[in-house]
Ligand binder design. Structure first.
Ligand code: DC
Length: 335
């Protein structure tokens, strides 16, 4: 036998809301666990004490789950408990690995298994965002979305077309029919510009500064933010950038802000670029990082800023494993 848990919330205590939420919860539990209705032995419901207008068990019966015993009970009124919440415990005959289902407001109860989880990691260049976002996404088996790559692709397009990076109108014009695609191959993000895989080209140092400049323009940002929200809305992912926790996804489930000493950050970029064979001058790189920080933090629209509810981690003296450990601890504590 297998026991599957689930929960959902309703917007108000009305029979219609209860019927809709109960049907959605059981339907999803059944489909995510590849069950047939006949395999359900029994369903036990509990609802918070602010729900009076309908029996969840009756709603389930009306939704077509009438072939097994159903039972509803009411939970005690606990201070600080999630309001207007309906929980289920579904018993099935066969032995399977259960996929528990937490919907609507109840996702906050079990963020680890909720249908979708969004994690925002912001911070300046070289703070370790992309290394950590990749590692965290891998360890949680969810997608990693590198939003910087999108601004880099915009900059590359402008550079290719010899558009004046400092001229906002020229850039908007140049990006009018931008064909930017984000694809995932073997779990790795690939950025396509006009059908070409530019994932490597956009890492060139001259693209970094141009990306910082074109990303100041509100029209460019809004275009990219729309794509980012679209992806985050559909699936669980870790997004890294400058404005994810403050602007792109202010409702993200978890937010981190990484920082590090500018010298450490320049050294990391130096190691990264020299490993790829790019000739770089360390002093120039340090200057570029400081200039980029200044430009990214001082722009008027959606600047680089720590969200009030973000967890700050200074990575200067930490290994990637240590940072990952701290992030995972933070996530575990809340779920
Ligand atoms: O993270 P990165 O170095 O790849 O980003 C390149 C530039 O793009 C960065 O200097 C500022 C900009 N950017 C941004 O403005 N907002 C984001 N969410 C990500 C990057």
């Amino acid at each position: 036998m297998t026991v599957i848990r689930g929960a959902t919330t309703i917007a108000e205590d009305s029979p219609e809301e209860i019927k809709k939420a109960v049907k959605e919860l059981i339907d999803q539990t059944v489909s995510r666990n590849s069950l047939h209705k006949d395999e359900i032995l029994s369903i036990v419901f509990s609802s918070t004490s602010d729900i009076h207008s309908y029996y969840p068990a009756k709603a389930a019966r009306e939704a077509g789950y009438s072939s097994s015993p159903l039972f509803s009970s009411q939970e005690p009124d606990i201070d600080g408990g999630l309001p207007l919440c309906i929980r289920i415990m579904l018993f099935v005959e066969k032995n399977i690995t259960p996929h528990h289902v937490y919907l609507r407001g109840a996702r906050t109860l079990r963020k680890d298994i909720a249908s979708k989880i969004n994690i925002a990691i912001d911070g300046p260049a070289g703070s370790g965002k992309s290394t950590m976002a990749k590692a965290l996404a891998k360890s949680m088996n969810i997608l990693y979305l590198d939003t910087g790559a999108m601004y880099r692709a915009c900059a590359l397009k402008a550079l290719k077309e010899n558009a004046d990076i400092r001229d906002e109108t020229a850039i908007i014009d140049c990006l009018r029919d931008l064909a930017l695609e984000i694809k995932y191959e073997d779990g790795t993000q690939h950025t396509f510009l006009d059908g070409e895989d530019v994932s490597e080209l956009i890492r060139k140092p001259e693209v970094s500064m141009a990306a910082s400049t074109v990303s100041q323009y509100p029209a460019v940002r809004l275009k990219m933010v729309e794509k980012q929200r679209e992806i985050a809305d559909k699936m669980s992912c870790v997004l890294d950038g400058r404005d994810i926790g403050t602007f792109v996804l202010p409702e993200a489930d978890f937010k981190f802000f990484l920082t590090a000493d500018p010298k450490v950050r320049a050294q990391r970029r130096y190691d990264e670029l020299t490993a790829k064979g790019y000739p770089v001058d360390k002093r120039a790189l340090e200057e570029e990082i400081v200039k980029r920080d200044e430009q990214d933090s001082s722009r008027a629209f959606a600047p680089l800023k720590q969200a009030e509810d973000a967890v700050l981690i200074d990575t200067s003296n930490l290994t990637p494993d240590e940072v990952l450990g701290e992030m995972k601890r933070t996530i575990q504590e809340k779920i």
